[in-house]
Design a protein around this ligand. Structure first.
Ligand code: FES
Ligand SMILES: [Fe+2]
Length: 344
């Protein structure tokens, strides 16, 4: 079913929703790779997922009993068990259901680290999730945001991995106004992930961050891409891990991507200030990224024949695409490491 749209990418767990957005005895509809999905949490807090299409005549479904996990199609009332098997057809109550053999497509789903992880592949799901997060340590706080983007998931992943746009698109928020400084980056390519580690620099940072941390700090950061569509950004300031962003870039339909953003931070006594300021700042940054990526996506459609002029500092984008292409072909790429420099 997903072969044409997502090929081998479906063989990985996808972080499709924040766990807290699906409460007990509630359902949630979403799309991934253009496929409508129905998720629900039963009366005992267990989560389930099916492809949101009735076996009868393909109408969308609804969960009608969260105790028994009954799914009912609102069109002609066919009822299904949580295992996807049809169990009642109101217009023909005596029909031989075994012979009919009508069922829904159920999907593996699990809850971990505050996310709901869904698996769309045909084979047994991978034993591990793309993200090995430890339990929340003391002193860390979290905020969660969602934003719909009008671009592809690949261009959005590229944007979140791309430090070179920050002095332009996010001037004054992520980067300061000073002269650009040279950064040394170690790039590590592994079969399922890409890690760009920026060597420590003493930087002037944006006004907003200066307000929280003071001037001229030692900053070390890394940007990671994890198959199929996760970006993880970590900041270590004066040797202390202070900030992590995890972003799931979920392709909902053609040219539409939902970003689920989880920001975690640890600024001691300033946590309460950060918790107030960060949602506003993050929304501003995401809105800036929305505008440029929407225009870029539209232009790439219009100028589909024009090739990009990629340079050395675009190596991360290139490697991310190599990892994704290999995954789509169900191959893995050879691990490698390289160094490069850029000015920010
Ligand atoms: S389409 Fe679902 S019951 Fe008829
Ligand atoms: Fe950005």
């Amino acid at each position: 079913m997903f072969e044409n749209t997502a090929q081998g990418l479906v063989d990985h767990w996808h972080a499709v929703a924040f766990a807290q957005d699906l409460k007990k005895s509630q359902s949630l509809k979403l799309q991934l790779y253009g496929i409508p999905l129905l998720l629900w949490r039963d009366a005992e807090a267990q989560v389930f997922a099916v492809v949101d299409v009735c076996a009868h005549k393909r109408a969308p479904l609804a969960v009608t009993c969260f105790k028994q996990n009954t799914i009912t199609c609102p069109y002609h009332g066919w009822q299904y068990h949580q295992n996807g098997q049809v169990c009642h057809i109101p217009s023909s109550p005596n029909i031989d259901l075994n012979k009919l053999n009508a069922s829904l497509h159920t999907l593996p789903i699990q809850e971990a680290h505050g996310w709901l992880w869904l698996y769309l592949g045909k084979d047994t799901p991978p034993a591990t999730l793309p993200l090995s997060l430890t339990a929340p340590a003391k002193g860390w706080q979290h905020i969660q945001l969602k934003k719909q983007f009008a671009t592809s998931e690949e261009l959005l992943i590229e944007n979140f991995m791309d430090a070179t746009h920050t002095p332009f698109i996010h001037r004054g928020i992520i980067r300061g106004h000073g002269a650009p400084t040279q950064h040394h980056i170690h790039l590590k390519v592994a079969p399922n992930q890409l890690l760009a580690s920026y060597a420590e620099t003493t930087e002037k940072i944006g006004v907003a961050l200066q307000f929280i941390l003071g001037k001229n700090l030692r900053v070390k950061h890394s940007d990671a891409f994890l198959l199929p569509n996760l970006v993880k950004v970590d900041y270590i300031i004066n040797d202390v891990p202070r900030f992590t962003a995890v972003i799931a870039c979920n392709p909902t339909s053609e040219g539409k991507t939902e970003a689920l953003v989880k920001l975690s931070f640890r600024f001691g006594k300033l946590n309460f200030l950060v918790k107030r300021a960060l949602p506003w700042l993050a929304r501003k940054v995401l809105a800036q990224d929305f505008d440029i990526t929407q225009q870029q996506f539209a232009n790439q459609k219009i100028f589909a024949q024009q090739k990009d002029k990629s340079i050395d500092s675009d190596i991360m984008h290139h490697k991310m695409r190599l990892i994704r292409r290999a995954a789509q072909r169900r191959q893995t790429i050879t691990p490698s490491e390289t160094e490069f420099k850029l000015f920010l």
